[in-house]
Ligand binder design. Structure first.
Ligand code: FES
Length: 98
């Protein structure tokens, strides 16, 4: 799949299917914040889905719980460490750390 990270230092390119967005970013030479180490407990890896939301893995309980707690339950927010890339997707990465 082709993944685009919209950010001043963002990258885009082809990555292996089933990588998380966090892993996909790393594979493209771009670092997403991930203060909790990818354990669905910090939200610093959050991204806003711009296109291809259906091409990300479904939100599981832990991810939904954290997004709800942080009042980020709008469907366009995903955790980069939890959402897996299944097809082409475009996400915006916040420029300032939350
Ligand atoms: Fe902490 Fe994703 S890295 S929630």
């Amino acid at each position: 799949p082709h993944v685009s990270f919209l950010h001043p230092q963002g990258r885009s390119g082809e990555v292996d299917a089933n990588l998380t967005l966090l892993e996909a970013a790393k594979a493209l030479g771009f670092q997403l914040n991930h203060d909790c180490g990818g354990n669905a407990s910090c939200t610093t890896c959050r991204v806003e889905v711009q296109a291809g939301g259906d091409n990300l893995s479904e939100i599981d309980f832990d991810e939904q719980d954290l997004l709800d707690r942080e009042a980020l339950s709008e469907p366009w927010h995903r955790l980069g460490c939890q959402a897996r890339v299944l097809g082409d997707v475009v996400v915006r990465v916040p420029e300032t750390k939350w």
